[in-house]
Ligand binder design. Sequence first.
Ligand SMILES: N=c1c2ncn([C@@H]3O[C@H](COP(=O)(O)OP(=O)(O)OP(=O)(O)O)[C@@H](O)[C@H]3O)c2ncn1[C@@H]1O[C@H](COP(=O)(O)O)[C@@H](O)[C@H]1O
Length: 107
Amino acid sequence: MSDTGTLDRLEAIIVQRRGADPEASYVARLNAKGIGKISQKLGEEAVETVIAALSEDNEALVGEAADLLFHLLVLLGARGVPFASVLEELDRREGISGIEEKASRIS
Ligand SMILES: N=c1c2ncn([C@@H]3O[C@H](COP(=O)(O)OP(=O)(O)OP(=O)(O)O)[C@@H](O)[C@H]3O)c2ncn1[C@@H]1O[C@H](COP(=O)(O)O)[C@@H](O)[C@H]1O
């Protein structure tokens, strides 16, 4: 069964693979190209996710969402931000309505 443990394991794999041979590892190759290229890839995967959602092809959406999460973890890793920090931020927001939060920023 998949859960956040899946993302935790993937984060650990990404850390390991960052220093691998760029000829043999996509993670290493992407990191070698730098934060700009990683960010560009994340943006492309976000757009591909949106296209899949609008096409109403849920199988494609699952694949693109997986690509998106993978590239987000690569980006966070490249910036030295632990995935746990993102989860902590989501925990902090738990129970805070998005509508109320936005209203508190506007007023
Ligand atoms: N989860 C993934 C994963 N998801 C997507 N991808 C790769 O992400 C790339 C993005 O897809 P694109 O079609 O956009 O890529 P592309 O055609 O190479 O893109 P460009 O040439 O246009 O930049 C593809 O090469 C996918 O294979 C992934 N590559 C690796 N992983 C995980 O990372 C681990 C380590 O991978 P390596 O570093 O390659 O050993 C693997 O064991 C997996 O667990």
